[in-house]
Design a protein around this ligand. Structure first.
Ligand code: SD4
Length: 325
């Protein structure tokens, strides 16, 4: 957290201030209306390399769908990120199993769960969406499909992740640490120059989970949901809590009812807080974007931030939180 340079999350005003230093010299409303809100890329956590990659595609006129896929692939290939793709922490039996999904502006969706030995599960999810009549493929079938589609098998358990797992085996204490390495799933939303929204979410899930466990990240409506007429949302943190509240779907529906992205994220988090007496023991965080390109976020524990790339500027933005710690 100390390494991160935060911009306090102040919604549209924050975007306006960072985008237009001359704001104070002109009528504010007029200036706000003139600000170009998209293309824009946002992602959970401080994954600015990913949002920069997505932003560069969007700025060249690329589609939101290509931008989210290529954007999250940056973290899937990042061996230092032990909660996404290659280098991900294994389950308690030593298997690295990946979950990912993707949604396109036309409402189409694809997903893979419990996928082993493939570096880029998001790209397999996109193939499921585009090349099959299904939404979700799991385990062996997903791997078989990936290979048929030309993906290469790869050992994605790095020496470092294996060493950490063997260390963990000595005590076998299953206790996710809030905001620390086992909570760094990437969920991304992009809006392209046409105002179309796409989203993706990819993870190796909670470190040292039970073999077979699938979290929220590949579940359409939980870790990711969008409706191109309204907006989109992505979630990170304790997948079980996100799944039980169908968090991302809830946020999009709240925005449909007129809530801002910020208000909608807050309400979804508050629902989890209300229904979980143990909410202090885990993190749940959301980022949402509406059709106007406005962004909001909310989380249980302070320390969650989201990366944003907009008009050539890359920022890390501290989310509002329910708790101060
Ligand atoms: C999961 N939501 O599998 C994911 C974990 C996560 O940052 O978000 N990590 O439950």
């Amino acid at each position: 957290m100390q390494r991160r340079k935060f911009i306090k999350n102040t919604g549209i005003a924050g975007a306006a201030l960072s985008a237009t230093p001359s704001l104070f010299s002109k009528p504010i409303i007029k200036e706000l209306n003139m600000i170009q809100k998209y293309p824009v890329a946002v992602a959970t956590w401080n994954f600015q390399n990913a949002t920069k990659m997505a932003g560069s595609i969007l700025e060249k006129g690329g589609s939101a769908l290509d931008a989210v896929e290529k954007g999250v692939m940056v973290e899937e290939a990042n061996l230092k990120n032990t909660t996404v793709g290659d280098g991900g922490a294994p389950d308690r039996d030593g298997n690295v199993t990946l979950d990912a999904c993707i949604m396109s502006p036309d409402g189409n969706a694809g997903s893979v769960v419990y996928l082993k030995e493939i570096q880029h599960p998001v790209s397999v999810a996109r193939k499921v969406m585009e090349e099959t009549p299904h939404v979700m493929l799991a385990g062996e079938g997903a791997l078989q499909f990936a290979i048929q589609q030309g993906f290469q098998k790869k050992n994605i358990l790095t020496k470092e992740s294996e060493k950490a797992w063997k260390e963990w085996l000595k005590h076998k204490e299953y206790k996710p640490i809030i905001n620390i390495e086992n909570h760094d799933t990437i969920g991304m939303l992009c809006m392209d120059k046409n105002g179309d929204i796409a989203g993706a979410c990819t993870t190796s899930g909670l470190s040292y989970k039970m073999n077979g466990r699938v979290g929220d990240s590949p579940i359409i409506g939980a870790g990711l949901f969008l409706d191109n007429e309204i907006g989109g949302a992505v979630g990170t943190g304790m997948g079980e809590a996100i799944m039980k509240s169908v968090g991302s779907f809830l946020i999009v529906e709240l925005m449909r009812q007129g809530k801002s992205p910020q208000e909608a994220c807050k309400e979804a988090v508050m629902r989890t807080v209300k229904h979980n007496p143990k909410y202090k023991d885990f993190q749940v965080a959301y980022v949402a974007m509406n059709k106007q390109g406005e962004i909001g976020s909310y989380c249980i524990h302070k320390g969650f931030s989201y990366a944003k790339f907009h008009m050539g500027e890359s920022t890390d933005n501290l989310s509002d939180s329910y708790l101060d710690s």
